[in-house]
Design a binder for this molecule. Structure first.
Ligand SMILES: C[S@@+](CC[C@H](N)C(=O)[O-])C[C@H]1O[C@@H](n2cnc3c(N)ncnc32)[C@H](O)[C@@H]1O
Length: 327
């Protein structure tokens, strides 16, 4: 028995349509009971590790959008995110192997990670971790080149998947969330100067093959169309680049408070661009590290179905508040 959700929003009409026969209502009338969407609902969250996504059929997912846990500058209460790096990469390898099975041909996996992590570095900058480039080489380098770490999970990823790097977007956060850290070496001194980190990476990996677009009906194609506004303007456009550029200037969102704990989220503009750019209305979008459900909320706003995986069941009420339905 599912808990009733009190603040259930009616499902909005699709892109200004007022007809009862909206794509959304067709999408959600009894759709995919195997996934467990509620009648009329379009978001489902499983509260277990995304190393296993058995609820999804192989080859059916158009898009994954995620920001993996990592103890860069925040804590997550009960979940220990401060894993040793090799273990962290092994977790990603396992989840992204599973994602590969679930992706359709030409499907995309978008991963937001720090470009460089300096949290473990000493004063000389030794020990900085190049997260984005390590992840890229783990995901796409020829297996014969080996990997920085050889773990069973990473070896399995290399043996069983064939991702390519489709794009690398730099998310420029500006200086909005950083403090100027002069450090003991002082800002006036060259040579050992350290930059503040004001950008992150969004790596977009692709499964080989071509999606058969002829199976998508005309209504869905029309509703998914990217109009001129999408390319040129939007709430996150702080400076003078647009969604077509691979430099995205987007103000970071504030951490939100859940049970007295500060939880980080990425800004809605980030999954919005990825979902609009890489999926059609009615596709299933998955976030394997769902957090408080930003990806799922945006997917719903954009008339996509969405599935999240999250270890922390205490985040359920916050997710439900955001997506406006029980999950
Ligand atoms: C960086 S947060 C995601 C934040 C999300 N982008 C948002 O805006 O809310 C990463 C989340 O992954 C969850 N997590 C960690 N390991 C996991 C696993 N193996 N399976 C599923 N979720 C996991 C953590 O509990 C955390 O909530």
């Amino acid at each position: 028995m599912r808990r009733p959700f009190k603040d259930k929003r009616p499902i909005g009409p699709l892109f200004g349509q007022s007809s009862a026969d909206t794509i959304q209502s067709r999408l959600t009338s009894g759709v995919r009971e195997d996934i467990g969407f509620e009648e009329g609902g379009s978001v489902k969250v499983y509260f277990h590790s995304s190393t296993n996504m058995d609820e999804l059929k192989n080859g059916e997912i158009a898009l994954f959008v995620t920001s993996p846990p990592y103890n860069v500058d925040y804590t997550y209460g009960s979940i220990n995110d401060a894993k040793p790096y090799r273990e962290y990469m092994s977790l990603l390898a396992k989840v992204f192997s599973e994602a590969y099975n679930k992706l359709m041909p030409e499907g995309r996996l978008c991963v937001n990670v720090p470009t460089i992590d300096k949290t473990n570095a000493d004063a000389m900058g030794e020990g900085n971790i190049p997260v984005a480039s390590d992840l890229t080489s783990m995901m796409v380098d020829d297996p014969s080149l080996g990997n920085k770490f050889s773990t069973p999970e990473i070896n399995e990823l290399k043996r069983t998947t064939d991702y390519s790097l489709f794009d690398h977007i730099i998310w420029n956060k500006g200086r909005f969330d950083t403090e100027v850290n002069l450090g003991s070496l002082g800002i006036g001194r060259p040579f050992r100067f350290e930059h503040d980190i004001t950008h992150e990476s969004i790596l977009i990996f692709q499964k080989p093959g071509m999606r058969n677009l002829s199976t998508i009906d005309q209504d869905r194609l029309n509703a998914s169309r990217l109009n001129k506004d999408w390319w040129t303007s939007g709430p996150g456009y702080e400076f003078d680049t647009n969604a077509k550029s691979n430099l995205w200037n987007i103000r970071p969102s504030n951490k939100i408070e859940v049970n007295g704990e500060k939880v980080p989220t990425f800004p809605e503009e980030l999954p919005r661009r990825l979902i609009q750019g890489y999926s059609f209305v009615g596709d299933i979008v998955v976030d394997p590290f769902a957090g408080v459900g930003t990806t799922l909320k945006v997917a719903k706003d954009l008339d996509r179905l969405s599935v999240g995986y999250e270890l922390r069941e205490d985040l359920r009420p916050e997710i439900e508040k955001r997506v406006g339905e029980s999950v």
